[in-house]
Design a protein around this ligand. Structure first.
Ligand SMILES: *[C@@H]1O[C@H](CO)[C@@H](O)[C@H](O)[C@H]1NC(C)=O
Length: 169
């Protein structure tokens, strides 16, 4: 019995190590001053592709809790992401309820988005249902938001899922 437990323990440690290694291969992992751990993708994908990709690692697309955290994220992205890019997907999307009423939500946990940081003249709506951040100075400002066509391919940021029991592989 003790032996089985020991073998089980060693196997789970090894599994965690393999997953950790894979995560480090696929993402640049950073911790914001607020304490949020973020996983910055090394690939460009659509918003949907990014969500799937985060999910594969037991993660979701990133949500933000304050303007302060929004700014902190852009500071880190400026150091990690390409200099010639400005777009990065966040985990916000437009949700339409049973009555056709629109709201903006974080996909991780489904909460309403309670603060916004739109760039000038945004959101422009139309066919643009996914939330991105301009992580460099763009149209005069930094860390502002835009609603964007979800199929455009950009880097994206994941975070730990807000619900427990996430299957990790
Ligand atoms: C989310 O926002 C929508 C639109 O403003 C509102 O109708 C709804 O009650 C909000 N939900 C929660 C849980 O706050």
């Amino acid at each position: 019995m003790a032996k089985q437990l020991l073998v089980g323990f060693i196997l789970s440690v090894l599994t965690m190590c393999v997953i950790a290694q894979r995560v480090n291969d696929k993402f640049v992992v950073k911790t914001l001053p607020t304490g949020k751990v973020i996983y910055i993708s090394k690939t460009f994908m659509s918003w949907y592709g990014g969500l799937d990709y985060c999910n594969k690692f037991g993660l979701s697309l990133v949500s933000l809790n304050s303007q302060n955290e929004n700014k902190q994220l852009s500071n880190v992205l400026q150091k990690v992401l390409p200099r010639n890019e400005v777009h990065c997907w966040l985990g916000g999307y437009k949700f339409q309820d049973e009555n056709g009423f629109n709201s903006l939500r974080w996909v991780n946990g489904g909460r309403n988005i309670t603060f916004t940081n739109w760039a000038k003249s945004e959101p422009s709506h139309g066919n643009e249902h996914c939330l991105e951040m301009y992580y460099r100075q763009y149209r005069g400002d930094v860390a502002t938001w835009n609603d964007r066509y979800c199929h455009d391919k950009h880097p994206f940021v994941c975070e730990k899922r807000s619900h427990g029991n996430a299957k990790r592989c």
